[in-house]
Structure formats: C-alpha cells, structure tokens
Design a protein around this ligand. Structure first.
Ligand code: NAP
Length: 345
C-alpha cells in the first residue's frame, strides 16, 4: 500500500575507496550509522573535515523524515518542502564533501566494548572497523498491539498518512493518538478522506495550540474522547474498530475503512544493548557534546532525544556530534602517535 519508495532516491554505493582494508574488513575513520537529518548532517560536517565518512544508511534513506509530506518549520525554506526533497538535498550536500552513502544496508551488530577501532557488521555480510562512530539510528512508530493490527497492516492499518492517505479518497478513517503527529497527520488526511475521527484516550489533546485550533476548525475532523482501540476488525481489509470508553466502559464497533496510528515512537537502540548506556525508555544517553558512554562513539538525533524530535534539533545535534568526533579523532591520533614513538625507543 505504501508508495514511499517510488521517489527517485539516488541509491549510490560508496563512491571512493575505503580508508583501508584489513583481511576483508574495511577500516574507516568515521562510520555514521543512520541517514536521517542527524546522520546526513554529521556526514556533511565530517566530510568537510576531510574524514571521508561512510554512512550506513539503513533500508530507508532519510528515515522517518522522508515519510513527511510537508515540512514547514525547517528554517531556510519559507515555502516548505517534502521530507524526501529535504533528504535528497542533504545527501547531495554531504556527498559533495566526500561522504559515501551505503544504502539498503543496516547494521546488525556492533562491538563498542573493546575500544577503537570499533567493529561493525551489516546485514549484507560486510564487516567494518571504525576509528570513531556516530550513531543516528532514530526511532520507530509505536504499535497499539491489539488484535487485528498486525494482520491488517497494509490493508487499512497504517503508520504513515503521507504514504497511504491517497488510498483513502472519500473514505472514513480513524486516527489514534492525541499528540502533534496524530493531529498533523489527521489534518493531512482530510485532503483525501471524507471523515477523520481522532480517537484519544483522554479528553484533551497533547498537541500544540496551533495544531489544535486548526483541527477544531476543520469540519472533516471529529473527536472521540476518553476512548481506546481494543481491536481492529476486518477480513481482508479494515472494516471497523472496537472501541472502549475508559470512563463508562461502553464497548462499540465503529465502522472505518482505515486506521492511522500515531501514538509516539521507540528508539532504534536494540543493537546497542550492552554496548551503550541507555535510559529507561531505551534512548542512548549522551552528554552536551553528544558523547556516549563509550569514548569514540557519539550519538545524535532521535536515538538520544525523546523531547524535541525536530528536523532542526536533529541537524543541530548531528553538527555537534560531528564536531566532537573530529576533535576526539585528532586527540586520539596524537595519543596513538606518541605511544608509537615511545614504543620505538
Ligand atoms: P507524543 O507527543 O508522545 O504523543 C503520543 C500520543 O499518543 C499522546 O496523545 C498519547 O496519549 C497517545 N498514546 C500513547 N500511547 C498510547 C496508547 N498505547 N494508546 C492510545 N494512545 C496512546 O508523540 P508524537 O505525537 O509522535 O510527537 C512526538 C514528538 O514530536 C513531540 O515532542 C511532538 O511535539 C513532536 N512533533 C512535532 C511536530 C511539529 O512540531 N509539527 C509534529 C510531529 C511531532 P496521552 O496524551 O494521553 O499521553
């Protein structure tokens, strides 16, 4: 159902030679894991610093932002632009300064516990050593975990209005959640759907005041308060959602053709279990200079930020991580060179 991959992504493999090769293991100065705004910004900065970074992009270049229909709040683009356009521009700019982007490849395993150079494996069987690593793996939309959700994903259940909204022209859809994402995406869906019903577990929205005002003024938007979705029903496609009012306990089947779920995100940090210190929600912990618990490993963007989650803040964090990384590499190389001189004498 999703048409998100039809945009002409430039699927380049690394253009220039790797920094070094050791027994089939490619040795790089800097590896950036993830290709959202934080990762591509870190690539731009480390590229300009002549560190020849390698970005392991994951399976969707740009991550979550590439699914965003229109970005109106990224400075410098007063007319707004699509997430995919922004990602393409960021990629082109990073490549201009020597960044290499390895697409359709995801990291499956890291060893950060034995110090630099760090070992990294990808799902296409490649293995790398990296003197420094910048982690920018972002976050993934949260699921409701109710019966029918998994079975009907792609058949009326979606986590991306930009990708799938078009398929619901003149249909009735529900949006689950009460935050900025739910309201923003719900408003976007009113371009296609005949009715958009926001189902929220409380009686007031979490979304910001401007979005709320736009939502309440839109005649296609309707609100079902104090209510949770208990089941998504349908044989081949979504037909209804089973709702429970948490105040009265009343259970009803509400007919709908689509269910769009926007109830927050979880950080993509599983591969760092036991490798990097994380908070109770799974976000990688960094200091103000984007250093993680492991010297030589830095993190930026939504993998370490559960508060702001904006393109602008991710870009800022990617910048900071790259600058700290560059400084750390310079210091690290000096220390290593001094060690080598001492060993020779
Ligand atoms: P969010 O702010 O965490 O909101 C999640 C919503 O889903 C909340 O209303 C929450 O209800 C509800 N929810 C959570 N778990 C649920 C469950 N199991 N069942 C039913 N409802 C559930 O997430 P978000 O909307 O994705 O936004 C994340 C961050 O990105 C926020 O900081 C937001 O400001 C930012 N953001 C900004 C923009 C923008 O500036 N244009 C756009 C999108 C996102 P409760 O309210 O009861 O907790």
């Amino acid at each position: 159902m999703s048409d998100k991959l039809t945009f002409s992504l430039n699927t380049s493999t690394p253009q220039s030679a790797p920094a070094n090769s050791q027994g089939g293991i490619q040795h790089e100065k800097v590896i950036i894991i993830g290709s959202g705004p934080a990762g591509l910004t870190a690539a731009l900065y480390t590229g300009r610093a002549k560190l020849n970074p390698l970005v392991i992009a994951g399976h969707e270049l740009g991550g979550q932002v590439s699914l965003t229909y229109e970005i109106e709040n990224y400075p410098g683009f007063p007319e707004g632009l699509s997430g995919q356009e922004l990602v393409e521009l960021m990629k082109t700019q990073a490549e201009k300064f020597g960044a290499r982007i390895k697409t359709f490849s995801a990291v499956t395993e890291v060893d950060f516990q034995n110090g630099s150079p760090f070992r990294i494996k990808t799902d296409d069987g490649d293995e790398y050593l990296a003197d420094a690593v910048i982690v920018t793996t972002g976050a993934t939309p949260r699921h409701l975990n109710v019966p029918g959700e998994k079975e009907l994903t792609g058949h009326g259940v979606s986590y991306c209005a930009t990708c799938d909204g078009f398929f619901f022209r003149d249909k009735k859809v529900v949006v689950v959640g009460g935050g900025d994402s739910a309201i923003e995406e719900g408003l976007f869906l009113t371009r296609f759907a005949s009715e958009v019903h926001v189902i929220h577990r409380r009686d007031e929205l979490r979304a910001g005041a401007t979005l709320q005002a736009r939502a309440f003024a839109n005649e296609k938007m309707h609100f079902i308060w104090d209510t949770v979705v208990e089941e998504i029903k349908g044989s081949e496609a979504v037909e209804a959602v089973r709702l429970r009012n948490i105040k009265t306990g009343a259970v009803t089947d509400f007919p709908a053709d689509g269910v769009f779920i926007f109830i927050g995100h979880d950080p993509n940090s599983d591969i760092f279990t036991g490798q990097l210190e994380r908070d109770p929600f799974g976000y990688v912990i960094t200091d103000k200079e984007m250093r993680t618990s492991v010297e030589g490993v830095f993190a930026a963007g939504e993998i370490q930020d559960r508060i702001f989650r904006q393109v602008g803040t991710s870009v800022g964090q990617g910048t900071a991580a790259a600058m700290t990384c560059e400084r750390w590499l310079a210091e690290h190389e000096t220390v290593e060179a001094q060690k080598a001189v001492t060993e020779r004498h």
